[in-house]
Design a protein around this ligand. Structure first.
Ligand code: NAD
Length: 291
């Protein structure tokens, strides 16, 4: 298929590479031109704008930081909707606010473009391996059309969760669970250290029990080594928790623990840790204990 791929950051780059490997024809675009080089070396065409990437594409994929970026890239000047022909499928794989997905989807519909929101979970290692988890909302027929040949070339699973925005609502659930889980392991391992039990041994002892989790196995080694290279940046997780709280306010849902962890992450942001991996939440406990 002819695919326009926009946003070649930590996630977009390996995801686009997997689509090239699967035999698709790619025209890529990133506002940072240097981010396109690796893809061009691997056989993709470089576009001059989002509009250019969308022109003649059967499918356009966006992998951008947040709602305002997606709105600019899709609806703005020289954007996707200026280039995309009728019948094009837009797959927005960015993690954005569900309401923003619906707003962008409405504008797409008016132009004959079919949109699905399809954010991912799994982080950079799974993006590289092509084993991400994709959560999808929107046009079911469009989803079926791209599931095997596109989504499952980047992911191990792709589940349709409901109407447009449902993919991003599902992603917010994921982000709440991950944020609280990282806070939980940070708190627990701080206790181990202060109580004089080797955190490495605590990890080996409990990872096979009920407290064990994918988050524990991915993040505790980073916390113990104090290696906070992203990965998933604190600033992006702040974005997701803000979107979760905004959505919660809209539907009247109480999220007391998410609000607390957002405060902790915001504190780290103002201490200059926004570009650290979200496992740097452990530093908050370091500060509390004077480490
Ligand atoms: P990133 O910041 O590394 O990449 C974003 C890319 O978008 C950058 O290359 C940037 O130059 C480009 N960009 C920004 N504005 C643009 C514009 N107007 N036109 C064209 N390109 C533009 O972010 P990432 O880590 O790749 O994350 C992308 C999305 O995926 C985010 O919504 C994030 O929450 C989500 N996500 C990230 C991870 C992870 O582990 N990093 C995991 C799951 C989901």
């Amino acid at each position: 298929m002819r695919i326009g791929f926009i946003g070649l950051g930590i996630m977009g780059k390996p995801m686009a590479k997997n689509l090239l490997k699967a035999g698709h024809e790619l025209k890529v675009y990133d506002v940072v031109r240097g981010n396109m080089e690796e893809l061009v070396d691997a056989g993709a065409w470089a576009a001059g704008s989002a509009k250019d990437a969308a022109a003649q594409a059967e499918v356009v994929i966006t992998m951008l930081p947040n709602s305002p970026h997606v709105k600019t890239v899709v609806l703005g000047k020289d954007g996707v909707l200026e280039g995309a022909g009728e019948g094009t499928i837009l797959i927005d794989m960015s993690s954005i606010a569900p309401l923003a997905s619906q707003e962008v989807g409405k504008a797409c519909e008016a132009r004959g473009v079919r949109m699905i929101d399809a954010p991912v979970s799994g982080g950079e290692p799974k993006a590289v391996d092509g084993t991400l988890a994709v959560m999808v909302g929107g046009d079911k027929a469009a989803f079926e059309q791209v599931k095997e040949e596109i989504l499952l070339k980047m992911a191990a699973t792709a589940v349709h969760c409901g109407k447009l925005g449902a993919g991003n609502t599902t992603k917010l659930v994921n982000q709440v669970v991950v944020a609280l889980n990282i806070a939980a392991v940070s708190e627990g391992f701080m206790l181990a250290k202060m109580a004089g039990v080797d955190p490495e041994l605590v990890y080996q002892a409990i990872r096979g029990g009920l407290a064990g989790s994918t988050v524990m196995d991915a993040k505790v080694p980073m916390i113990l080594e104090k290696n906070f290279k992203p990965g998933f940046k604190i600033d992006l997780h702040i974005k997701d928790l803000n979107n979760a709280l905004e959505t919660a306010h809209q539907v009247g849902a109480p999220l007391p623990l998410s609000a607390e962890v957002l405060e902790m992450m915001t504190n780290l942001h103002f201490d200059g840790n926004g570009n650290d991996d979200h496992s740097a939440l452990a530093k908050y406990y370091g500060k509390l204990t004077g480490e």
